[in-house]
Design a protein around this ligand. Structure first.
Ligand SMILES: Nc1ncnc2c1ncn2[C@@H]1O[C@H](COP(=O)(O)OP(=O)(O)OP(=O)(O)O)[C@@H](O)[C@H]1O
Ligand SMILES: [Mg+2]
Length: 252
């Protein structure tokens, strides 16, 4: 699988006494896209939220075990730093409603109190919007509110906002589930292009989407990692009966 960027060792996640991730051992390969699949409630979102230290902000949220970012113990790092290095995009596009498109892209810097010269800020905004193929569509309306955009454009704006921080890993939690097929195809294309420079972890319920974008796929079931491997192998020759049943639509 080549270089690994994120590794978990005996990772457990809890909400109070309720254990929702059990003994997860996995290694996410660098500069690849990894899909996380599994029935509703199996812990996919929780796993992403562990990776960028959001889980511990949930009421009762607690982690046991290890997560490593490259060779560093991720749980010993400053969470703010972790979130700069590991960006996240959510299911529903959520641009900051009172901010312009420009302000949205640069928001991570402003919210972290990082000062940028006007030139540098302009450059970051342009680059991030180009990476999400939004630049040509919005370059003349940069000071309009982000919420004027279509759903697909708003989601690309949220991806641009995450990319503006130059993260090493981009976590995408069902990023297209609120979008139409055309906007979905656009985002899938972006993901395939982005993984040359950023490692992607994407939660998806769509087997088609995982097949199109993900080099590797993990299958979670009731909080356990059942199977993890190259997407094509997992889809064509699953080793575990539960993976096979999930893929054939027998449950959720
Ligand atoms: N804030 C919370 N407080 C308590 N329990 C929670 C909380 N969020 C999630 N859970 C529980 O943790 C488990 C895993 O939830 P999670 O959201 O990670 O699942 P998921 O795989 O992302 O599901 P979906 O496909 O529906 O998004 C579920 O049993 C859920 O009820
Ligand atoms: Mg979820």
């Amino acid at each position: 699988m080549g270089d690994k960027i994120l590794t978990t060792e005996h990772l457990y996640a809890y909400y109070d006494q309720h254990c929702v991730l059990k003994d997860i051992n996995m290694a996410i390969p660098k500069f690849k896209a990894t899909a996380i699949m599994g029935p509703s409630g199996c812990g996919k979102t929780t796993l992403l939220r562990c990776f960028n230290r959001l889980h511990e902000l949930s009421p009762g949220g607690r982690i046991e075990g290890k997560i490593r970012l490259r060779n560093t113990d991720l749980l010993s790092l400053n969470p703010i730093q972790v979130r700069r290095r590991i960006g996240m995009v959510f299911q529903r596009p959520n641009p900051f409603p009172t901010m312009s498109i420009y302000e949205n892209v640069i928001a991570g810097y402003r919210l972290n109190g990082i000062k940028l010269s006007q030139n540098k800020a302009d450059e970051i905004v342009e680059q991030a919007l180009k990476k999400t193929a939004l630049w040509d569509e919005v370059k003349d309306v940069l000071y309009r509110r982000g919420t004027f955009l279509s759903g697909g454009q708003q989601q690309r704006l949220c991806i641009a906002r995450a990319l503006a921080m130059n993260p090493e890993v981009l976590l995408l939690d069902e990023p297209t589930s609120a979008l139409d097929p055309k906007a979905t195809a656009h985002i899938e294309e972006l993901i395939v292009g982005l993984k040359k420079s950023v490692t992607i972890v994407i939660v998806t319920h769509s087997i088609g989407q995982a097949g199109r974008v993900a080099d590797y796929t993990a299958f979670l079931y009731l909080g356990e990692l059942i199977e993890f491997g190259p997407t094509e192998r997992l889809f064509t020759a699953p080793k575990d009966k539960r993976t096979e049943e999930y893929l054939s639509g027998k449950f959720g």
